[in-house]
Design a binder for this molecule. Structure first.
Ligand SMILES: [Zn+2]
Length: 329
């Protein structure tokens, strides 16, 4: 993917393009920022630029051997390291060192992408540090790290750090919709909000398939004209569906919190959401008519309590039942 197709991150992209075109690249960069925000996408755009042999153009030409090899995933000078299991191991760094003993095959630059670099333990980190201290010529190191875990300071000191901030919700929603055309606008926006403006994370949520269940729950909560017995039956049914999720129950709680938060906001300031493109308005309107302010805030508290109970490993079935009976009232 060339730079022209990277959405957002304008400052980082402009800086890197400038460095690429005037040949003043450092030998190592660390892209730091929340997971799924687009760091790897930008790293790949840099690689695409470097591998294009049609010098002089700002964008990769897409037709030269370098472009074609990189696009097919077979460029001999693109090395990508991912964690094996939960971390990047010292053996992976040792293997990398052996590969770097040779000059790049195509005669240009070699790009070494180290994804989730924050997972390196001290041993692997120190091994990589030696490479960064005396980098073999014609190699560009691109380290990608989420902010969740701190990096070894010695590695940080050897890299130019470029920080990536979350995207605006509307932009994140556009990217999500591009990748998942089956989502409608509202779903894409909801995922963008829930992921905190990190489209990669949102797409992972989409893959966990929690949205259909969320929609089912909201429909169940808002249905009118049922007997008391039917309401309890519906709550228990939805609770079972929730508890049966293999993963993503925490995401369902997050989505419910978002729904009630918008309904609360809508009740506090009617019409405020009409001017807020990031709001999940459609369903929060009936919720506002159905429940008053204090009921809505009770429901928010019930969701928080359920999330805490889940984190404490309480019985999932029970947590979901208690929650649904409180929400459906
Ligand atoms: Zn090219």
């Amino acid at each position: 993917m060339p730079f022209s197709q990277v959405h957002g991150h304008l400052r980082a992209v402009q800086l890197l393009q400038r460095l690429l075109t005037n040949g003043r690249l450092a030998h190592a960069y660390l892209f730091s920022g929340p997971e799924g925000v687009g760091k790897a996408t930008v790293a790949r755009a840099m690689a695409a630029h470097l591998f294009c042999t049609d010098a002089g153009s700002l964008e990769p030409c897409g037709v030269c051997p370098g472009c074609l090899q990189f696009a097919s995933g077979n460029h001999p000078d693109f090395l990508s390291i991912q964690p094996e299991g939960v971390s990047i191991k010292i053996d992976q760094i040792r293997a990398l060192k052996k590969q770097l003993a040779f000059s790049p095959f195509a005669g240009g630059m070699r790009v070494v992408l180290i994804d989730q670099a924050q997972t390196m333990r001290r041993e692997a980190g120190n091994s990589l540090l030696k490479l960064l201290e005396e980098p073999p010529p014609d190699n560009l190191f691109l380290l990608i790290a989420s902010e969740a875990e701190p990096m070894l300071p010695t590695i940080l000191s050897r890299c130019q750090v470029i920080a990536f901030a979350p995207l605006a919700y509307e932009l994140a929603a556009e990217i999500i919709a591009d990748h998942s055309p089956q989502l409608n606008d509202q779903e894409a926006l909801m995922l963008a909000k829930l992921s905190g403006g990190c489209p990669g994370k949102a797409l992972a949520m989409e893959a966990a398939q929690v949205l259909p269940l969320h929609e089912q729950i909201i429909a169940g909560l808002l249905e009118e004209g049922r007997s008391r017995a039917k309401i309890v039956e519906e709550a228990l049914f939805l609770a079972r569906e929730m508890a049966a999720l293999n993963s993503g129950l925490d995401l369902v709680f997050d989505l419910l919190r978002l729904f009630f938060k918008d309904a609360l906001l809508d009740a506090l300031q009617p019409d405020s959401l009409d001017n807020n493109p990031a709001a999940v308005v459609k369903e929060s309107l009936p919720a506002r008519e159905r429940w008053n302010l204090s009921q809505l805030s009770d429901k928010m508290r019930a969701i928080d309590a359920a999330a805490k109970a889940l984190a404490r490993n309480c019985n999932r079935g029970l947590v979901c039942e208690v929650l649904m009976l409180q929400l459906i009232k």
